[in-house]
Design a binder for this molecule. Structure first.
Ligand SMILES: Cc1cc2nc3c(=O)[nH]c(=O)nc-3n(C[C@H](O)[C@H](O)[C@H](O)COP(=O)(O)O)c2cc1C
Length: 196
């Protein structure tokens, strides 16, 4: 698989870190294209104490990347900006309301918005892990617009039925659900089995 992971300035940078680590470790994945918005850097500093844009992938992975390459969000000439590039889909995790608005309205004004636009026009999976609370009517309308265009709205809402013992398990299980949705079921994913 050849996937794109975009990180935007919504809360939940730890989810993107977990997803990147899972994709790096997954033998079914050949290439990951990673794009971080300018504003995501501020949230990374707040939430994960990661500062600066240099060696961002190595800081997130705690090791040099083996299959992930980072593109500047300004580089609208990156491969993922073209539908001719054979991508298997894109995940925006977490997805801010600003980036949701750009995608839902087809602005294509950054690499993240353009790659999402391309993913939709090529009818490939686009998963938007939106994060905000509460939602205003603009957010709700934009989610509907994006869903009608083919995106999956996959809100950052954790489950509790598997009785997570800590936030790390909540993060892990949320990322497992996202990756399963794009065709990459993960080892250790919780699967609901009601008592018989
Ligand atoms: C610590 C922090 C947390 C934030 N959390 C959210 C959030 O959960 N959802 C959201 O839509 N915006 C959130 N924002 C605001 C966005 O970062 C801001 O709207 C930004 O313009 C989004 O830009 P981007 O979509 O290009 O990354 C947060 C900002 C900061 C500094």
């Amino acid at each position: 698989m050849n996937l794109t992971l975009a990180l935007t300035g919504a809360s939940g940078a730890i989810l993107a870190r977990e997803a990147l680590r899972a994709l790096e470790a997954d033998a079914r994945v050949a290439r990951v294209h990673f794009v971080a918005s300018e504003n995501s850097l501020r949230v990374l500093a707040e939430e994960l104490a990661i500062s600066g844009r240099n060696d961002l992938l190595a800081k997130l992975l705690d090791a040099p990347p083996s299959k992930t390459i980072q593109h500047p969000n300004t580089d609208i000439g990156a491969p993922i900006a073209s539908g001719s590039y054979p991508s298997n889909g894109m995940i925006v995790l977490p997805c801010s309301m600003g980036t949701l608005a750009a995608i839902a309205n087809g602005l294509a004004n950054s690499l993240i918005a353009r790659a999402a636009d391309v993913t939709l026009k090529e009818r490939r999976p686009l998963i938007l892990c939106v994060r905000e609370t509460p939602f205003n009517r603009i957010h709700l309308r934009n989610m509907t617009l994006a869903a009608e265009a083919g995106a999956v709205i996959f809100p950052v809402i954790p489950a509790f039925y598997f009785k997570p013992v800590d936030s790390a398990e909540m993060v892990r299980q949320f990322v497992c659900r996202v990756l399963a949705h794009i065709g990459l079921p993960q080892p250790g994913a919780y699967i609901w089995k009601p008592e018989e």
